[in-house]
Write a protein of this length. Structure first.
Length: 158
């Protein structure tokens, strides 16, 4: 049995991470597009490193916002993937554990894909979600100062 475990401490609440793990539109932004379904769906993983085809996913356990377990079938292999979210003093610890149940795979390539997704792309989407909740026009004591020159970001001056 081959097992890949990736853990990361994220400075975001469990509910935000849960959204990124379970909402298909958000999942597509940091991991892979998916075809709609109820308890089963297809993830477009064929082009990702560590995958040999698209992945058929079936929900096994869904306990919001603490635990998500899915069974995956892809290119003659079957895996079980569990995501556990544990609140911490500064956010949430996400533990992702994928166990090969049938077939064979390149564990190093798959582990690298997990690492890139969970420690790189996922935090970027979480930061993006958090930023959407910030009203930059309001700060303690009144409005924030206007930017003098926005042309450096390719924006017109106002």
């Amino acid at each position: 049995m081959i097992e890949i475990v990736t853990e990361v401490d994220l400075f975001h609440p469990p509910a935000r991470i849960w959204r990124a793990l379970t909402e298909r539109a958000l999942l597509a932004k940091w991991f892979a597009d998916s075809a709609p379904g109820s308890d089963r769906w297809i993830l477009a993983t064929a082009a990702l490193p560590g995958y040999d085809g698209d992945t058929e996913v079936e929900t096994v356990e869904l306990r919001a916002p603490d635990r998500l377990v899915v069974r995956c079938r892809e290119a003659g292999r079957a895996t079980r993937l569990a995501c556990d979210l544990t609140p911490t003093a500064h956010g949430t610890r996400l533990s992702v554990r994928e166990v090969l149940e049938e077939g064979d795979w390149d564990a190093d390539a798959r582990a690298e894909q997990h690492e890139q997704a969970v420690t790189g792309r996922l935090p970027a989407i979480l930061d993006w979600l958090a930023f959407q909740n910030v009203d930059l026009r309001r700060a303690e004591g009144g409005l924030t100062a206007e930017l003098r020159d926005r042309t450096c970001w390719g924006m017109e001056r106002v």
